[in-house]
Design a protein around this ligand. Structure first.
Ligand code: MSP
Length: 537
């Protein structure tokens, strides 16, 4: 396999609003990003993975007020919670940016000033229908029954002095860029949506400052105005690595920009593929190489809602299923383009069938047999049979297949390939029937080879699993007394040294769960959520 030791890879997630604790949907994005970052690191890339929190705006000012806190106290708490959830899920970010970081704020002020000096930002009045929830103005044609087209909340007429960004100035350049860079917006269906629904009909200028609330980055040359959330938020991708609009950007910025990947949810792809590239053009900076719009994770048929008490949180799920089971579930069950579904029943079913049966059993059986027949020593005695060929083909073919899938950010398919390797191993046990070989003295060497082949296959599979389920990889390799295989060797079979001794007692990787017990725990969590809101059923 080819390593990429001298290449850098800068990737980001969207920065989460600090309006409340992030649910499993927001967390899914961080986990997906983490699997991509970890896979690239395994390939040797010098990865810089940035995530963080988006902390300004009227909604947050309002929520803080309602909670009897200052906005800063409020965002400190929630940003801390976001970080805790990411940490709990083993999200291996290199930088956690907050839009209230003083250096971010200062850099945004300079960005605003530069755009203004260039004539790309001008002052005018905004009149239109405003959605407080989305912090966005809509034209009358976008409004549906007096409701916001994005979130369905009531919209209200509003007029205020504001700065605007001249979007139309750069529209042709952007259309040209999108047309000549097919990899820029992924998946392709999202590209068509952006072109047909937004760019081709003509771009409206975008409001980039507000005067009706205070909780934002002040426009330093015009007191009363604060930078409107999207310019503030999107800029995090460059301020976080040291961009300076006055020409004193850091070495880190020079090394990392343009970003290789912005990973965002489908709802905000418009901001990332239209407004963000145009802001960058205004700043004479290169455009990110790719914006990937992932689908959404929905709970059952319905949307998660606090008032129904059905909001799923990653840490609660991890408490019941374990961190890696949650990672496995969200990564494996999410289709590439369509929304995915999470339910307690589905999660239980996956843990039992895939994690306990296919993976856990395989590791457990293999280690137990090594102990039972050879005192834990794994040795290739060179007694091959035809059936070994197919096992080896599947095992050595997995890394190239996974690489190909991850190149296109198809994490679910990559995991399927890895589990097919484990499935193939289980089939190999059925085909070779070690317990029958063990009965005949002259089959001992064959039996040893079978167990060597299984152990070697598991090491390769477990190494490939690390980006998706890092704790599980660690546990498996520890039990096998093995180290992760180097990426370049993942398509080679037979590198495990003879004489390796596996642990005597296996640790159960995934316990089988009883669905009724899981549902009882789920109900307890739901009642707790409702009680916290003071809702009685
Ligand atoms: N603050 C903005 C992003 C600014 S980026 C410069 C924002 N925040 S958010 O907290 O609402 O969403 C953060 C990310 O989570 C977004 O990419 C969003 O699409 C994603 N998701 C929100 N709900 C989701 C699901 N139910 N499922 C999957 N992703 C979801 O938008």
């Amino acid at each position: 396999m080819k390593r990429h030791d001298d290449e850098r890879f800068y990737m980001t997630t969207a920065i989460a609003y600090t309006s409340g604790k992030p649910h499993i949907g927001n967390t899914y994005e961080a986990i997906l990003a983490d699997s991509i970052a970890r896979f690239r690191r395994m390939q040797g890339y010098d990865v810089f993975f940035q995530t963080g929190t988006d902390e300004h705006g009227q909604k947050i000012e309002d929520r803080a007020g309602a909670a009897g806190k200052t906005p800063k106290q409020y965002v400190d708490e929630i940003s801390g919670t976001v970080r805790e959830v990411w940490d709990c899920m083993n999200v291996s970010y290199d930088k956690f940016i907050r839009t209230t970081d003083p250096d971010h704020m200062e850099r945004v002020q300079k960005i605003f000033k530069k755009m203004h000096a260039k004539g790309d930002i001008y002052k005018d009045y905004y009149e239109g229908m405003y959605c407080k929830e989305c912090e966005a103005f809509y034209t009358p044609s976008q409004i549906e029954d007096g409701k916001c087209p994005d979130c369905g909340s009531e919209v209200h007429p509003a007029k205020e002095e504001a700065y605007f960004f001249r979007m139309s100035k750069y529209a042709d350049r952007l259309i040209e860029h999108i047309n000549t860079h097919p990899e820029f917006i992924q998946p392709v269906s999202r590209k068509n949506e952006m072109m047909n629904n937004f760019l081709l009909p003509g771009l409206q200028d975008l409001c980039v400052s507000r005067t009706s609330f205070k909780w934002g980055i002040p426009v330093d040359f015009d007191p009363g105005h604060v930078v409107y959330v999207w310019l503030d938020a999107l800029s995090n991708y460059i301020t976080g690595i040291g961009f300076d609009a006055e020409g004193n950007s850091t070495e880190q910025y020079k090394k990392l920009w343009p970003a290789d990947l912005h990973l965002v949810g489908k709802d905000i792809i418009r901001f990332h593929t239209i407004y963000w590239p145009i802001f960058l053009m205004s700043l004479d900076q290169e455009l990110p190489k790719q914006v990937f719009g992932h689908p959404w994770l929905l709970q059952g048929e319905s949307k998660m809602s606090k008032s129904r008490g059905n909001v799923l949180y990653a840490d609660d799920l991890a408490g019941i299923f374990g961190v890696d089971a949650v990672r496995y579930f969200v990564l494996h069950e999410m289709p590439f383009e369509n929304d995915g579904t999470i339910t307690w029943e589905l999660m239980t079913e996956r843990v039992n069938s895939d994690l306990a049966n296919i993976l856990g059993n395989l590791v457990n059986r293999t280690i137990s047999m090594s102990n039972k027949y050879f005192g834990g020593i794994v040795e290739d005695k060179g007694v091959y049979e035809e059936v070994d060929g197919d096992l080896k083909t599947v095992v050595t073919g997995t890394a190239p297949a996974v690489e190909e899938k991850m190149q296109h950010l198809r994490a679910a398919d990559a995991i399927t390939d890895i589990f097919n390797l484990f499935r193939r191993c289980n089939k190999y046990i059925d085909e070779t029937t070690p317990w029958i070989l063990a009965k005949e003295e002259d089959k001992k060497d064959r039996l040893a080879t079978v167990l060597y082949n299984l152990t070697e296959s598991i090491i390769i599979g477990a190494t490939l699993l690390e980006p998706f389920m890092p704790e599980t990889t660690g546990k498996i390799l520890k039990q096998l007394n093995a180290v992760p295989r180097d990426y370049k060797d993942l398509d080679t079979f037979g590198l495990l040294e003879n004489g390796t001794k596996v642990v005597e007692k296996t640790e159960i990787l995934f316990a089988r769960l009883d669905v009724n017990e899981v549902l009882e725990k789920a109900e307890e969590l739901r009642q707790k959520q409702l009680a916290a809101l003071g809702i009685k059923e």
